[in-house]
Design a protein around this ligand. Structure first.
Ligand SMILES: Cc1cc2nc3c(=O)[nH]c(=O)nc-3n(C[C@H](O)[C@H](O)[C@H](O)COP(=O)(O)OP(=O)(O)OC[C@H]3O[C@@H](n4cnc5c(N)ncnc54)[C@H](O)[C@@H]3O)c2cc1C
Length: 295
């Protein structure tokens, strides 16, 4: 099987916040060969194509959403080419980011360990330019292999793409209905596995002490405004621990919206509105969403 088509996939089963109704369809792409078939099938599936990773940065609304999810599951063992002082590692978009970080540690390859604790897939990490504690995915990325229904597969150098804070723009020029990250290539430096492990452990311990890492969340709901912490602004505006139905701003870290059980996307949106209004009223700052809302 190279392409599987699923009708009416449930978004609450595909997102870590466990919210949302259904999409029109989901195309699960197992291999490169399936991409041609995907290009043929997409127009007939209707709706807007949307790339899906592990759903760890998504807030999906209720109802039937006019979306066709495209989920790459190319998760074979990454290809590693050793160089003097390091290696080039090529991983499929469907490979798990935590798994990749663990593999790099065992191989003695440094560059991704500051991303420890971030769930999701390689494709999602590149698309979101995921990062923590001053390190972003783009810093280790050398090339990305993209796919569009119109152009097929092609490589793009990282230096020719525009990255920003939780933003990736592959600068395609021409508008495309879908720009799928298919593979990513990272340039990593050689280091002792024990040193890398120590940095991974330090990063995870720091997160575990300050974030609800095991709760049902989508990570930080708002981006940090320049030079400020969104969590601190929310906290000082009185939102830490604020509950609405089954949803809440975490009592541990105000910028984490968590589903405590039985939460709905309507409650999530209402809390987001409350947070924004309170921070605007108190500090005159407009918070921008980091979480991607699917509608
Ligand atoms: C407990 C927790 C902690 C977190 N901590 C952090 C953190 O410290 N730092 C951080 O940056 N994020 C954090 N996040 C958010 C999230 O894990 C990251 O943004 C992650 O990189 C998203 O990957 P994903 O595969 O789940 O992507 P998804 O949530 O599935 O998708 C996110 C976006 O990327 C796009 N996308 C996904 N795959 C592809 C692809 N192959 N091609 C093109 N576009 C694609 C989607 O269309 C969507 O717009 C956290 C989340 C949780 C639940």
């Amino acid at each position: 099987m190279t392409l599987a088509l699923i009708r009416s996939p449930r978004l609450n089963e595909r997102t870590t916040l466990r919210l949302g109704g259904t999409a029109l369809a989901e195309a699960v792409v197992f291999s490169e060969a399936a991409l041609d078939q995907l290009a043929r099938e997409l127009p007939g599936l209707g709706g807007r194509p949307l790339a899906l990773g592990a759903g760890s940065n998504l807030l999906a609304l209720d109802g039937e959403l006019p979306l066709v999810l495209v989920r790459p599951v190319n998760n074979a063992a990454p290809d590693v080419r050793r160089l003097p002082g390091g290696a080039v590692l090529r991983a499929g978009a469907g490979f798990g980011l935590p798994r990749l970080i663990g593999l790099c540690q065992r191989l003695g390859l440094s560059g991704l360990e500051n991303l420890t604790g971030i769930p999701g897939r390689v494709g999602g990490a590149v698309a979101m330019n995921a990062g923590s504690y001053g390190m972003e995915t783009a810093q280790a990325l050398s090339r990305v292999r993209l796919w569009t229904p119109e152009a097929g597969l092609f490589w793009r150098e990282a230096k020719d793409c525009a990255f920003g804070y939780r933003r990736f723009d592959p600068c395609l020029g021409a508008a495309s209905s879908l720009c799928l990250i298919w593979e990513a290539e990272f340039l990593l430096a050689a280091d002792e596995p024990a040193n890398i492990r120590a940095r991974m452990e330090a990063t995870y311990a720091r997160k575990k002490a300050s974030q609800p890492v095991t709760a049902r969340s989508a990570g930080c709901v708002f981006k940090n405004p320049e030079g400020m912490s969104a969590g601190r602004l929310l906290d000082e505006a009185g939102l830490r621990g604020k509950v609405l139905g089954g949803m809440a701003f975490s009592g541990m870290h105000a910028n984490f919206l968590v589903n405590q059980g039985g939460g709905t996307s309507a409650q999530a949106l209402e809390l987001i509105d409350m947070g924004r209004s309170a921070v605007r009223a108190r500090f005159g700052v407009d918070l921008e969403l980091e979480v991607v809302v699917l509608k």
